[in-house]
Design a protein around this ligand. Structure first.
Ligand SMILES: Cc1cc2nc3c(=O)[nH]c(=O)nc-3n(C[C@H](O)[C@H](O)[C@H](O)COP(=O)(O)O)c2cc1C
Length: 212
C-alpha cells in the first residue's frame, strides 16, 4: 500500500509529465540513467516476452545522422497539410535529437519468446504495446528524476536500422531524447501551440455499449 504522500507523487508524475524537445547541456549521471532503464525493464509485457532492447546513443555524430532522417521525414509529412496549417506544422519543434545529451532507441523484437508467446497469438501488436508500456515507465521515472524526455517517431524505420546497425526483423519503436530542460512545460506543447486540445473525458466514456 502507498502512503498518501506516495499516492500524490504517482498522480503528480502522471498529470505533470510532459513531452520535451528543448534541452540544456547538463548531463545525466550514469546511475540515474540505469535506474530509468530498469524502470522500463519492469514494464508489463504480453506473455512476459520483454521484447525491448535499449540502444544508448551519446555520439554527436550518430545523433546528427538520426536528426537528419527525422527532419527528412518531417518535410515529407508536411505534404499532408496545406496553407497555414502546413506553415505551422513546419514551425513545430518535433524533435530535439541534436540538443539532448542522450538518445535511446527502444526496439521491439517480435521473435523474442518463440513462435507462441502466451497472449500474443490473438493480437500480434501486443509486442509493440508492451514496448509502449516500457517507454511510459521510463517517462514517469524521468519525471520523478527531474529529467526531460521526448518521444520521437518521425522517421522511416529502415533509415534508423541502417544508422544503428539494427537487424531487419527488429523494429525501432522510438527514439527517446533525454536531458534536462530550463523550461519544463505545464501543458502539452501541441496544446500550447493551438494544434490540439485535450478531449473532454465525458465524451469518451460509454456504458454497456459503444452506443451509450
Ligand atoms: C507514440 C508516440 C509518438 C510520438 N512521437 C512524437 C514525435 O515524433 N515528435 C514529437 O514532437 N512528439 C511526439 N510524441 C509526443 C506527443 O506529441 C505528446 O505526447 C502529446 O502532444 C501530448 O503531450 P504530453 O506528452 O506533454 O502530454 C509522441 C508521443 C507518442 C505517445
Amino acid at each position: 500500500m502507498l502512503t498518501d504522500n506516495e499516492k500524490t507523487g504517482v498522480y503528480r508524475a502522471i498529470f505533470e509529465r510532459r513531452d520535451i524537445r528543448q534541452f540544456n547541456k547538463k548531463l545525466i549521471n550514469e546511475h540515474t540513467l540505469q535506474k530509468m532503464i530498469l524502470a522500463g525493464h519492469h514494464a508489463p509485457s504480453v506473455g512476459f516476452m520483454q521484447p525491448w532492447d535499449f540502444i544508448i546513443i551519446k555520439s554527436q555524430e550518430v545523433k546528427e545522422r538520426l536528426a537528419k532522417v527525422c527532419q527528412k521525414e518531417i518535410q515529407a509529412l508536411s505534404i499532408h497539410y496545406e496553407d497555414e496549417k502546413k506553415t505551422k506544422f513546419l514551425t513545430l519543434k518535433l524533435e530535439g535529437l541534436k540538443e539532448a545529451p542522450i538518445t535511446i532507441c527502444i526496439t521491439c523484437d517480435p521473435t523474442r519468446g518463440g513462435g507462441h508467446v502466451l497472449g500474443r497469438n490473438s493480437i500480434p501488436e501486443t509486442d509493440i504495446l508492451s514496448v509502449a508500456c516500457c517507454i511510459q515507465n521510463m517517462w514517469l521515472a524521468a519525471y520523478a528524476e527531474g529529467i526531460a524526455m521526448g518521444w520521437v517517431s518521425f522517421y522511416k524505420k529502415p533509415d534508423v536500422r541502417e544508422i544503428l546497425d539494427i537487424p531487419p526483423h527488429i523494429d525501432p519503436i522510438a527514439l527517446i531524447s533525454l536531458g534536462y530542460t530550463d523550461q519544463y512545460p505545464t501543458m502539452p506543447i501541441l496544446e500550447k501551440e493551438n494544434w490540439e486540445k485535450r478531449l473532454s473525458l465525458n465524451s469518451l466514456i460509454h456504458h454497456d455499449s459503444w452506443l451509450k
